[in-house]
Design a binder for this molecule. Structure first.
Ligand code: AMP
Length: 184
């Protein structure tokens, strides 16, 4: 049973690696950013509420993402394992998740911290060109990452569940390293 949380700055390769790994392990890949983008595209109530936050690089309110994660983790395809990509993003969300997993008997999760230096992630994001990948919004997302998300490295480090991987390598090298670590 594999349950993984991917941490790391935007542009470190979380989405790509989570997708490859989830397919390889036949478990669900739950990207809160992807779910929000889809909801925005379809202009659902969730999408409409999230739009201004996502567009400016701010975090959407906890309740919105927490509800969607709770819903997603209760679905049958999550029973055999999952990778959370982009959640939790702050300590309050991590505390929520911890409680949710305890309540639903889904413990044993491991946390992968995929790290890469600022100049590398900025170059990657500018090349990707998503709507929220403008220089100004990227700067804000990195700031939010540093202030809100990076403290989770310590949070999970203290629980001895943290693996750190150098995201400043080729996609194939990172995948190989992840598979190696998870097999052990
Ligand atoms: P991502 O695709 O993970 O880079 O997320 C894109 C955007 O979605 C972020 O900049 C936030 O605005 C929003 N978002 C995704 N996940 C979360 C989360 N766990 N908490 C709050 N906002 C989130």
């Amino acid at each position: 049973m594999t349950r993984l949380i991917f941490l790391g700055p935007p542009g470190a390769g979380k989405g790509t690696q989570a997708q490859v790994l989830a397919k390889h392990l036949r478990i669900s890949h739950i990207s809160t950013g992807e779910i929000l983008r889809q909801a925005m595209k379809e202009q659902t109530p969730l999408g409409i509420k999230a739009q201004s936050y996502v567009d400016s690089g701010e975090l959407v309110p906890d309740q919105l993402v927490q509800d969607l994660v709770e819903e997603r983790l209760s679905q049958p395809d999550s029973v055999s394992g999952w990778i959370l990509d982009g959640f939790p993003r702050k300590v309050t969300q991590a505390a929520f998740l911890e409680e949710l997993l305890a309540k639903t008997d889904q413990g044993g999760e491991r946390v992968v911290n995929l790290d890469a230096p600022d100049e590398v992630v900025i170059a990657r994001l500018l090349a990707r060109g998503r709507k929220d990948d403008t220089e100004e919004v990227i700067r804000r997302r990195l700031e939010v990452y540093r202030n809100e998300t990076a403290p989770l490295i310590d949070y999970y480090g203290k629980r001895e569940r943290l693996l750190t991987i150098n995201g400043n390598q080729s996609q194939e090298e990172v995948t190989a390293e992840l598979k190696h670590i998870l097999a052990s």
